[in-house]
Design a protein around this ligand. Structure first.
Ligand SMILES: [Zn+2]
Length: 239
């Protein structure tokens, strides 16, 4: 394993060298332009899973996406790391979109669906996901297929995270002031495609939320909550 890992690392460095040469040859201004600064329009919140590298699977390039990834894309309101990324992306980079992406075959979801203790800090980290599991116990228990159950928990986790984002003051302000869009999506590892789960404030919004259409009411409805946008107010109703 050790020597294999070393080979992998040496290969990665050579690969980087070849990639940098190729990109520089293709467009000599590519790296010098990136060195001047970044203005990504997307903040990506995703899982650390090696199979979900956001820039690669979106077919984008360095400079396109600001990123925060952790195990099972869990958004915790007390996670200073996540909150710092969120605040920098929204207040300073002024991203137009926040994408919270869950995925199929997530190890974190498998862990949260298991009743076995993992050990170390991992059980503590996965606690919010276990809470989601418990809140939807009946629905999840009724799903007999393991993959389907895990997929459903991933979706519910994204829904929970989107609701967390919608309750964040920084996000609420940016939605009011400049129409920041929040998207909850699921990436299917076995297919390579992203599906919009319809959570957040982007569904059917026609690009404007509470800015120019102050009399229009926009409702974003979930299984256990509902967001109502009217004028410059976003209100959450929990069923
Ligand atoms: Zn994962």
């Amino acid at each position: 394993m050790g020597s294999h890992s070393q080979d992998q690392f040496e290969y990665a460095l050579k690969s980087n060298d070849a990639w940098a040469n190729y990109k520089g040859h293709q467009n000599p201004a590519f790296f010098p332009n990136l060195a001047k600064g970044q203005s990504p329009s997307i903040l990506w919140l995703g899982c650390s899973d090696s199979r979900v590298p956001e820039t690669t699977l979106l077919g984008l390039q360095p400079g396109d996406i600001f990123t925060h990834r952790n195990i099972a894309n869990i958004l915790s309101p007390t996670d200073l790391n996540f909150l710092s990324v969120l605040e920098y992306a929204v207040c300073f980079l002024k991203v137009s979109h926040i994408v919270l992406c869950g995925h199929t075959s997530c190890g974190g979801c498998a862990g949260a669906l298991s009743d076995t203790r993992i050990g170390g800090v991992l059980d503590a980290w996965l606690t919010p996901l276990k809470v989601v599991r418990l809140a939807h116990k009946q629905e999840l228990d009724a799903i007999k297929d393991d993959n389907a159950r895990s997929r459903r928990l991933s979706e519910l986790n994204v829904q929970q995270g989107v609701e967390m984002l919608m309750g964040n003051y920084t996000v609420q302000e940016a939605i009011k002031e400049r129409g920041l869009k929040i998207h909850g999506v699921l990436y299917d590892i076995a297919v390579g495609k992203i599906g919009d789960l319809g959570f957040g404030n982007s569904k059917g919004a026609n690009g404007v939320l509470g800015i120019n259409n102050s009399e229009t009411e926009q409702v974003v409805s979930g299984n256990h909550g509902m967001l109502v946008f009217k004028g410059d107010v976003a209100q959450m109703t929990v069923k």
